[in-house]
Design a binder for this molecule. Structure first.
Ligand SMILES: Nc1ncnc2c1ncn2[C@@H]1O[C@H](COP(=O)(O)OP(=O)(O)OP(=O)(O)O)[C@@H](O)[C@H]1O
Length: 462
């Protein structure tokens, strides 16, 4: 448990960056795991609410990736006491009732849908929010939605098995899959539906191989009525797991069982997935979720604000729908932040407060900065050659600006650490991580350095 918690914290630190981690997350301590619930403590109610609304889902996902038995994460307020499993002091528990809006309060533990013989950790729990009722339909997703409905109402309809849904990040694939599972189960509670990510499928398969229980694995999967595999692209290059999935797939389809698969690419683009599997994946119904339109984003915001029973002025919704175009997850996150802020400070949501609270998100969408631009500007600023940004030179006068450029690349682009590393002369992602944390430290310690970095940032953003 201690090791899991340490990995989760390290992963979060990596994802959010040093400054954000220190500000919000460093004082988290793990109180323990109670009945499938990880209990995390924070010293103030403000921190508790902030972490809950901004990182609650992520914490839960990270816990589930570490330990499938953990279904919920509960964040409590507790006074500081003896040190425990955190970077900061650990508290003695003094739980407080949750105080935020309904939409941000911890959710009830989701029920599990699984095959009768399945061990409880074989399949993922379903998210209660992800139903057809809460899915907003618009031009970009109407076809995928109609296919999902059809499969939910009549599994194994001719031409709809398998149902293969694909689309970019955060556009609603998982939501639709869960909605299908909920609806099938509601229609007939005797039906067994197994939903899991492709990653989970692989780990279960490997575990079965290791414990020599592959027969049990095969029988369990082949006994379900509906098998749903999310994020199939994870199986790219994983030949043995693909092979196993292929056989499971055939066995189920031969028995007239429904298969639903999601991926970020269409079957034809899944290079690294064996041809015969790709062909079979594409031979049912293939439905794509397109990038959202302004109208769909606006409808989603309206639906979410109504569900959370918060008053969001139309101008604020328009602002968000215009600026946050990347995906629905980000849009939802921005709205949640606004609601949390309004609740914490007891102020109404206005266009000004939206600019204030979401300045980072809105700015990130204002201008897309490229890594090349960052390298050029930083090199110019420190009077270096552009090639110094990718060279192996380690002299401080070159290495420090390079670290600054890596830090800015992490802050101002959506690129992953390994990708940033590659673009800086094929460096390892740990080098980038080190650069980000070193620059974050220096910003705190050295006012002149902080000013320099802020200036560069401003030049790149405007
Ligand atoms: N049309 C929609 N109506 C309401 N909510 C939506 C819609 N589309 C997406 N969402 C919400 O956006 C968030 C992200 O959606 P989801 O997790 O289904 O994305 P995804 O396509 O599976 O992303 P990933 O590729 O990261 O797995 C969820 O909270 C989901 O409820």
């Amino acid at each position: 448990m201690v090791a899991c918690w340490a990995r989760i914290r390290a992963r979060l630190r990596d994802e959010v960056g040093e400054v954000e981690y220190r500000t919000w997350l460093r004082q988290m301590t793990l109180h323990g795991i109670e009945g499938g619930e990880a209990v995390i403590l924070l010293p103030t109610r403000f921190l508790r609410d902030w972490v809950n609304s901004h990182y609650g889902d992520r914490l839960r996902a990270l816990w589930q990736a570490e330990d499938a038995a953990v279904r919920r994460v509960e964040i409590r307020v507790a006074a500081a006491a003896e040190p425990a499993m955190a970077d900061g002091p650990a508290p003695a528990v003094r739980a407080e009732p949750a105080g935020l809006a309904e939409s941000l309060a911890p959710r009830p533990m989701p029920p599990e849908i699984r095959a009768p013989e399945a061990r409880s950790d074989w399949v993922a729990p379903l998210e209660p929010r992800f139903t057809f009722d809460t899915f907003v339909v618009g031009k970009p997703n109407e076809f995928a939605h109609a296919c999902a409905r059809r499969v939910a109402e009549r599994p194994n309809s001719p031409g709809f098995n398998p149902l293969f849904m694909y689309g970019g990040v955060g556009l609603g694939k998982t939501h639709l899959m869960h909605a299908i599972a909920w609806a099938i189960r509601e229609g007939d509670t005797a039906r067994t539906v197994a939903y899991m990510s492709a990653e989970k499928f692989m780990y279960r398969f490997i575990a079965a191989l290791r414990s020599q229980s592959t027969m049990e694995f095969k029988e369990t999967l082949r006994s379900v009525d509906v098998l749903m595999i999310d994020d199939l692209q994870f199986l790219i290059g994983k030949d043995n797991t693909q092979e196993e999935f292929f056989h499971t797939f055939n066995a189920l389809v031969d028995q007239g069982k429904q298969i639903v698969v999601s991926s970020d690419k269409p079957p034809s683009d899944l290079a690294g997935i064996e041809d015969r599997l790709r062909t079979r994946l594409g031979c049912g119904m293939v439905a794509d979720l397109h990038a959202t339109t302004y109208e769909l984003r606006l409808s989603i915001l309206q639906a979410k604000a109504a569900a959370a029973q918060v008053l969001v002025p139309p101008k604020v919704m328009e602002l968000l729908a215009t600026k946050i175009t990347s995906n629905v997850r980000e849009l939802e996150g921005a709205l949640n932040r606004l609601v949390a802020h309004a609740n914490l400070f007891g102020r109404p949501i206005t266009v000004d407060s939206a600019h204030e609270v979401l300045h980072d998100v809105l700015r990130a969408h204002e201008k897309r900065v490229s890594i090349e631009e960052i390298q050029r500007k930083v090199a110019e600023h420190y009077n270096l050659r552009l090639t110094d940004m990718v060279s192996a030179r380690r002299a401080r006068n070159v290495a420090r600006p390079r670290q600054v450029a890596m830090y800015l690349a992490k802050q101002l682009t959506q690129r992953s650490l390994p990708e940033i590393g590659r673009r800086f002369g094929n460096r390892d992602h740990t080098t980038v991580m080190h650069a980000v944390s070193r620059v974050s430290e220096l910003i705190i310690q050295d006012a002149a350095f902080a000013e320099d970095v802020a200036l560069l940032r401003k030049m790149l953003e405007t």
